[in-house]
Design a binder for this molecule. Structure first.
Ligand SMILES: [Zn+2]
Length: 379
């Protein structure tokens, strides 16, 4: 099955092209050219009035539409996958929260099962799991339940690293055993983010030296920058190798702080995430986040204590927000939503770009940057 997309505006990795054609064959981008005759059997998508970009990749997302990764149900993951595709996402990492050993294991098992099923029509692809906690610091708990936070024990985390399901783990480097976990993860090809951390500048840099390559929701649940003790945040901002995940929803991080981070990291190290929870897509009300109750008012999710509890953001909104806040170009915004997240989890050689040989994961937007169509693996 071949598909040809007639693109009005095409966003490539480093530039915009007008009036280009894309040929997709068996789920892979075969050709990008100004002149390309559609093969006789090809379906043609007319995007001459639209903007064609790499599909969005969300590497930190807990739920949507009443479904939560901690439901430990492949059906819940399918509900999420369809909702995200409608918002331009072609690949995502279902993200667990701090919980008992059994509950995390059950959630990871459901991700493993869902990944083994054929891609459902209209659904984003699950690229693996993100394990957020439980090896994090109670002093930076955010909305994660303190009672389940614990030291990193190899007998618990080794099976995750060896499962082939887990692509990313968020840990606080100052927690007992975390540095050994980072070294083991590095060896086995699993990415590590520092997060929910009270790490000093030196502790954070030690984690990066051991192999951690990114920060979870930068600014949120993280020791801030002081000019004599730059903290985990100072290490993230000043270490050029480090990717910085960011919740760009206008609530979690002040626009001025977004701009500071954007100037420090640039589009090749800034990774937009949603951190969305099950309330996303459902409006205001009372919901669950793992074992905790959360309350959503005017789109802002909080625990009863008032602490922010994840977001109700979608990737298409994050894409529009980063342009509005920083004035960055379409090309840069696209990199922060596709190529940079793909690289941050080790998939940069086949996802996150529109180029021959890359997976045919594509989002088509209208002139107001609203999603018109999402193509996952050529479908
Ligand atoms: Zn978090």
């Amino acid at each position: 099955m071949r598909t040809l997309i007639d693109c009005g505006t095409l966003v490539l990795h480093d530039r915009i092209e007008r009036h280009r054609r894309l040929l997709i064959e068996r789920g892979v981008i075969r050709a990008v050219a100004a002149h390309l005759d559609p093969p006789a059997d090809a379906a043609v998508i007319d995007a001459r009035e639209h903007i064609v970009l790499p599909g969005f990749i969300d590497i930190h997302v807990h739920g949507a539409m009443g479904a939560d990764v901690m439901d430990a149900a492949p059906d819940a993951l399918q509900v999420m996958a369809r909702f995200f595709a409608a918002h331009g996402v072609t690949g995502f990492l279902p993200t667990t929260v701090t919980a008992s050993r059994e509950d995390i294991a059950a959630a990871l098992e459901s991700v493993r099962q869902a990944m083994g099923e054929p891609l459902a029509p209209g659904a984003a692809r699950i690229l693996g799991a993100h394990v957020e906690g439980p090896f994090i610091n109670p002093r930076q708990s955010g909305a994660q339940p303190v009672e389940f936070m614990r030291a990193a024990q190899p007998d618990e985390y080794r099976p995750w690293l060896e499962s082939g399901t887990v692509r990313l783990i968020t840990v606080a480097p100052e927690v007992d055993g975390a540095l050994s976990l980072i070294r083991d993860a590095q060896r086995l090809g699993v990415a590590v983010a520092i997060g929910h951390t009270d790490a000093t500048y030196d502790q954070a840099q030690a984690a990066f030296a051991a192999g951690a390559n990114q920060a979870t929701h930068t600014f949120n649940a993280m020791r801030g920058l002081h000019h004599r003790e730059p903290g985990a945040l100072g290490a993230v901002m000043s270490n050029d190798a480090v990717y910085a995940q960011l919740i760009c929803d206008g609530i979690h991080v002040h626009p001025a702080a977004v701009n500071v981070l954007y100037r420090c990291k640039g589009a090749d190290r800034l990774v937009l995430i949603t951190d969305a929870v099950e309330a996303t897509g459902l409006g205001d009300g009372a919901f669950n986040l793992g074992t905790q109750r959360i309350f959503v008012k005017q789109g802002v999710a909080r625990l009863e204590s008032g602490a922010l509890a994840g977001a109700t953001l979608t990737m298409d909104a994050a894409f529009r927000n980063i342009i509005a806040v920083t004035g960055c170009s379409l090309v840069e915004a696209s990199r922060m939503c596709s190529a940079s997240p793909a690289r941050a989890i080790g998939l940069g050689d086949r996802k996150g770009r529109i180029a021959p040989g890359y997976d045919a994961d594509i989002v088509i937007l209208d002139a107001e940057l609203r999603v018109v169509r999402t193509i996952v693996g050529g479908q």
